[in-house]
Design a protein around this ligand. Structure first.
Ligand code: SF4
Length: 288
């Protein structure tokens, strides 16, 4: 599918914003704290890939939450760094944890099948999860883990600049909508939300894993999924004014000031050939 024409926009690179825990819901919300940030000019596909590899390198050594103690490997996400369509699931499972790639089991096969039904494939989209490391025994993510991990997802959205984000299941839907409403009430209802530095079309869907064993859920997922081309055809939503009014010189200063120590070294490291026994970053990422 041809990529839609990207609008000129601006955005900050890597600030960390505290997330809000919604009282009594266990929901950690990303929507508002990210909203309305100015950002740098639109990047080329090659620039996006390189910057994503840099974030991946950072995540690869992440110890921000206890899941680093039990993971086999970080599952950062993979697909097209220049995609208009992004999927955000829950967390890696056992296969994903072993292979370092998202949605590689039965749920991934269903995702591929549904993509094929709308004339797309994995190389057209970017697929990520709310958590980058597997919770032991596939338990639900804990709020402190989601909070610790949210910055990676925000930076992925900022760099990829998708037009449509499909949240898969409850966790990513609640996180990106900053609301505790569940997927059974929201699936199939697109809305415009400001995520990070951009307004996107947010489109909650049932998680493919939930559709594997329940035919009514599969039917609903398929019906919703078939509306994705319609949403993509609408193009990017209007962007908040703040993005158009940013001062380039100030942005450059902010990007420099906010860059975490060591990122330059990680980017250099990412371009080196991987050593024996190390996963080669771009290969694991499967970036296109
Ligand atoms: S789940 Fe996220 S925050 Fe926790 S260790 Fe993995 S990458 Fe870091």
């Amino acid at each position: 599918m041809p990529a839609a024409v990207r609008p000129t926009a601006v955005s900050l690179l890597t600030p960390h914003y505290p997330v809000r825990s919604l009282a009594n819901t266990g929901v950690v919300a990303l929507g508002r704290p990210w909203a309305g940030l100015p950002s740098p000019p639109v990047k080329s596909a090659a620039e996006r890939r390189e910057l994503l590899k840099g974030v991946y390198e950072e995540a690869r050594g992440c110890v921000r939450c206890p899941l680093h103690q039990t993971r086999t490997t970080v599952v950062f996400g993979n697909g097209n760094a220049n995609a208009d369509l992004m999927f955000v699931g829950e967390a890696p499972g056992a296969n994903e944890d072993r292979m370092g790639l998202p949605f590689v089991g039965q749920a991934g096969k269903l995702l591929d099948k549904l993509l094929a039904e709308i004339g797309m494939e994995r190389t057209d989209v970017f697929v990520a999860n709310t958590l980058k490391c597997r919770p032991p025994d596939n338990r639900d993510p804990h709020p402190n883990e989601i909070e610790a991990c949210q910055d990676y997802l925000r930076r992925q959205v900022d760099l990829i600049e998708p037009t449509v984000i499909c949240t898969l299941g409850n966790f990513s839907t609640k996180l990106l909508r900053a609301d505790s409403m569940g997927i059974s009430r929201l699936h199939g209802q697109a809305e415009i939300r400001v995520i990070g530095a951009r307004a996107v079309r947010l489109y909650p869907l049932y998680h493919p894993a939930a559709a594997l064993y329940t035919s009514s859920t599969l039917e609903a997922l398929r019906t919703d999924f078939h509306r994705i081309p319609e949403l993509l055809a609408l193009g990017p939503p209007e962007q908040p004014r703040a993005f158009e009014e940013s001062v380039p010189e100030l942005d450059e200063l902010l990007v420099e000031a906010e860059r975490p120590a060591g990122v330059d070294e990680l980017l250099v490291e990412a371009q080196r050939p991987a050593g024996v026994g190390e996963p080669e970053p771009a290969a694991q990422l499967g970036l296109f």
